[in-house]
Design a protein around this ligand. Sequence first.
Ligand code: SF4
Length: 301
Amino acid sequence: MPASDRTRYIEIDVQSALTHMDNARMPGMKWSLNPYRGCRHGCVYCYARYTHTFLELDPSADFAQTVFVKRNLASALRRDLRQSTWRRERISIGTATDPYQPVEGRCQLTRGALLVLREQLTPAGLVTKNTLALRDADIMASLAQAAGFHLIMSITTLDEALARDLEPDVPSPQQRLRAVRELAQAGVPVSVAAAPVLPGITDGEAQLAALFEAAYDHGADVAFYQPFRMYAATRVSLFQYLHAHRPDLLEPYRRAYDTAQDPPSPYRQQLRERIQRIRQRLGPRHPQPDPVPAGQLSLGL
Ligand code: SF4
């Protein structure tokens, strides 16, 4: 039974809708907004699972099954943005949970936040894996015109079966690509993120090239890619996946991520070169049908 069938939703009130970010890895992000805590999508590699540990919940079992709903988000956000100290800085939506996970269909907290941002002329960016974002394309397009807005659609692979195993409750890659095209056609600035790239699983040169090419073909650039980081709170779900689907990678992952969160430096360099080759070969919106070598990168151990 998918985790979604057992999800419990808990409504909460918040004092503030915004969180100040102080992360050297994300220097362009100063303010974040997350309408929900926890995410029914339940991706096995999700770095945000650690946020449930602050609530003394299990980041593995509870993250997709206990979702907190910030029911007063819109009024809290309006209060934040009306403070005399507010400088209309860019707000990043969906840094720790997907703002278009299924419960957004009825709660409409993300939609409410976008309306407040447009009303208060505040620029924003949003990352999601869910095609429900299409519902709010008109608001996003007008916010982009009025103050600035950019949507990033996260797609890790075009392999439908692999995506189902890694991201069990997310619309398929092809559905997400169609949403990218429709968002672009509706006037929403949109990019694709190829992140995280999972060593030995989604890092094949042909796989990545096909993903980049599909993004370009659907009217989007690839905004960024990122090799998988192993957070402590992610270990259980990721290793459960490996046990079930890729036992051959158990030992390489154990070694590669034994003491470090990031894969070894030679691997990161190989991946960087691989992405550079793909970008050079395809170029944004100018894909060329060169044959590309297949095969995964070695974790170098
Ligand atoms: S959609 Fe994003 S926040 Fe939700 S589980 Fe997947 S990676 Fe985590």
